[in-house]
Design a binder for this molecule. Structure first.
Ligand SMILES: NC(=O)c1ccc[n+]([C@@H]2O[C@H](COP(=O)([O-])OP(=O)(O)OC[C@H]3O[C@@H](n4cnc5c(N)ncnc54)[C@H](OP(=O)(O)O)[C@@H]3O)[C@@H](O)[C@H]2O)c1
Length: 276
C-alpha cells in the first residue's frame, strides 16, 4: 500500500496519511505505534505535551523500520517559546524519541492569551534548528492568519489545524494554500466527541453506498480534498481500517456532500481564546 506523498514548500515530502498519538500514555503508546508501523503507516504525529515521546521512540526502535522510511513530527509546548527554552525543548524531544533529527517540528499553539507574542521568538528558534539539521522541516499549529503575518523569515511548511466534516475550515485552508502553507488536519474524525462526525447521517449514508466504514469515508474525504490526515486509534482493528483507504474513491458529489456538513463548531480549543 503506497501512501501518497505531499511536497511541502521547502521540498520536503510528507506521507499524506499519518498516525496520531494524542491522549495515549507513554506506557500504552508502544503497541499502537508498533501496530501502525506493521500495517504500513510511515508518519507519526506526537508532541512534547503528549508525554509519550519515549514510548513512540521505543516503538520506532523496536519496529526495525529504517529511519529514512519514517516521517516523525513533534511539537514545541507553549511554555517554551523563548529561544533557550525552545532549544531545551527540541533537545529533550530528540532524546526521548531516540532520534538525531525530526522530520517536522511545529509550534504547538500561538498561545497569545498566556504568552503574548513569544511565539515569534519560537519561530526564529525553529528556523535555527532547521539550519542546524535538528529537523528537516518547520511549521506551526493552530496559527491564525494574523499570527502568521507576524512571523519573520521562512514561511511555515505546514499549519496543523482542526479539520473534519463538521468543521472543515474550507476558506481558511485556501487562505493557507495561497500563502504556500500546507494544511494538515488534526482531530480528523472529530476526536469522537459528541456529536460525533462518524454518526452524521450523511457520513453513514455514504458509508452504506460505498461499503466503507464511516471513519474510512471521512479519511477518504480528507485525502481527496488534499489534506494531510493523522487519525488516532489505540484499537488494532481501527488502526488497520483507517489505513485501508486506498482501494476506494468517493465521487465528486460525495466529497461535496461531506464538505457541506460545516456546523461551525469546533471540538477542540479556539486558538484565539485558548488560555493554556
Ligand atoms: N496540534 C494540535 O493542537 C492537535 C490537537 C488535537 C489532535 N492533534 C493530533 O491529531 C491526532 C488525531 O486527532 P485526535 O486524536 O484528536 O482525534 P481523531 O483522530 O479525530 O479521533 C480519535 C478517536 O476516534 C476513535 N477512532 C479512531 N478510528 C476509528 C474508527 N475507525 N472507528 C471508530 N472510531 C475510531 C478513536 O478511538 P480509539 O483510540 O479508542 O480506537 C478515538 O476516540 C492526535 O492524535 C494528534 O496527533 C493535534
Amino acid at each position: 500500500m503506497t501512501v501518497p506523498l505531499i511536497t511541502l514548500n521547502d521540498g520536503v515530502t510528507i506521507p499524506q496519511l499519518g498516525f496520531g498519538v494524542w491522549q495515549v500514555d507513554d506506557a500504552e503508546v508502544v503497541d499502537p505505534v508498533l501496530k501502525a508501523l506493521e500495517v504500513g503507516y510511515r508518519h507519526i504525529d506526537t508532541a512534547a505535551i503528549y508525554g509519550n515521546e519515549r514510548g513512540v521512540g521505543k516503538a520506532i526502535a523496536e519496529s526495525g523500520v529504517a529511519r529514512d522510511q519514517l516521517f516523525v513530527t513533534s511539537k514545541l509546548w507553549n511554555d517554551s517559546h523563548k529561544k533557550a527554552d525552545a532549544r531545551r525543548g527540541i533537545e529533550e524531544t530528540l532524546k526521548k524519541l531516540g532520534l538525531d533529527q525530526l522530520d517536522l517540528y511545529l509550534i504547538h499553539w500561538p498561545a497569545t492569551v498566556k504568552y503574548g507574542e513569544e511565539y515569534i521568538e519560537a519561530w526564529d528558534a525553529l528556523q535555527e534548528f532547521k539550519a542546524e539539521g535538528l529537523t528537516r522541516s518547520v511549521g506551526v499549529s493552530n496559527f491564525t492568519l494574523a499570527n502568521l503575518d507576524t512571523l519573520n523569515g521562512e514561511t511555515p511548511s505546514i499549519n496543523q489545524i482542526e479539520m473534519h466534516p463538521s468543521f472543515p475550515q474550507l476558506t481558511f485552508r485556501e487562505e493557507l494554500r495561497a500563502r504556500g502553507i500546507t494544511p494538515e488536519a488534526y482531530s480528523p474524525l472529530g476526536n469522537q466527541k459528541e456529536p460525533s462526525d462518524l454518526e452524521l447521517p450523511a457520513v453513514k449514508g455514504i458509508a452504506e453506498q460505498t461499503g466503507l466504514s464511516p471513519a474510512q469515508v471521512i479519511i477518504r474525504w480528507h485525502l481527496q480534498i488534499g489534506n494531510i490526515v493523522i487519525p488516532k486509534s489505540v484499537t488494532p482493528k481501527r488502526i488497520e481500517e483507517n489505513f485501508d483507504v486506498f482501494g476506494a474513491e468517493l465521487t465528486p458529489a460525495q466529497v461535496d456532500a461531506l464538505s457541506g456538513l460545516d456546523s461551525g463548531h469546533r471540538q477542540g480549543a479556539d486558538p484565539e481564546t485558548a488560555d493554556f
